[in-house]
Design a protein around this ligand. Sequence first.
Ligand SMILES: Nc1nc2c(c(=O)[nH]1)N[C@@H](CN(C=O)c1ccc(C(=O)N[C@@H](CCC(=O)O)C(=O)O)cc1)CN2
Length: 283
Amino acid sequence: MNAIIIDGKKTSKDIKDELIIKVEELKNKGVEPTLAVVLVGKDPASQVYVKHKKKACEYVGMRSLAYELDEKTTEEALLELINELNDRDDVHGILVQLPLPKHIDEEKILLAIDPSKDVDGFHPYSVGNLSIGRDGFVSCTPAGIIELIKRYNIEIEGKNCVVIGRSNIVGKPVSMLLLKENGTVTICHSRTKNIKEICKNADILVVAIGRANFVTKDFVKEGATVIDVGMNRLDNGKLCGDVKYDECSAIAGAITPVPGGVGPMTIAMLMSNCVKSANNMLK
Ligand SMILES: Nc1nc2c(c(=O)[nH]1)N[C@@H](CN(C=O)c1ccc(C(=O)N[C@@H](CCC(=O)O)C(=O)O)cc1)CN2
């Protein structure tokens, strides 16, 4: 069997194209959706992601405000900037690029962002809303995974969904979202016993463990949907997922590649959250 390749690059472009119209409508109502992007330090990967976020804002017609702060910026100075952005009526989304330098307490920073502008969906208020099925901001990678599954008409309701990984930014929220869609959800992690057997029973397998090529063909049920969230940089500089793509795509029914699968969806969903936030301001 040759799996359908779930194209995150194309889907993210489709979403951004749809957002162009929504941004235009907001502008016609007198609201210019604005995202504040905060980067502390010079982590090369973070610099690239921030650049892509600014480009995505431009593409959908949204304003972005860039705050590129020195590596040595203090926690107090960063909190002060966030408070300023919280108070500004013309800022609809605030994003602090992660990871932050070690001397800054990430949790304290995320907690300082006004939940009504939490377009990353990392604030405990947003996480709480998600866990009780209330509407709110959902973190972008998990939201992107569900969007991909839906746009490829893959049914979640009643299916066995197995998530490998229990991180706060992917594993836990994507499990909540699959549950919200009426999937039967199992979360596996480093202490799980019989992980292969559990995965082999999955109709939808989401892999977010951060270990290159961890999932081999003997984890995958014939015809299953395999979503690879891994982004592992190899010594040769190549990007590699958590799933052994060649052998698993011969068994799966549908599969995301790395790169070009889940990754690009993260930024598309960020744009979507910003538009949602700007819309909320109209209410
Ligand atoms: N404040 C946040 N920080 C971080 C987040 C986040 O959602 N909010 N997620 C990641 C990084 N990230 C966005 O910030 C991100 C990662 C990867 C991609 C992407 O498109 N990946 C490409 C490959 C890119 C490459 O070649 O390196 C792909 O998978 O095709 C987009 C965004 C951590 N920090």
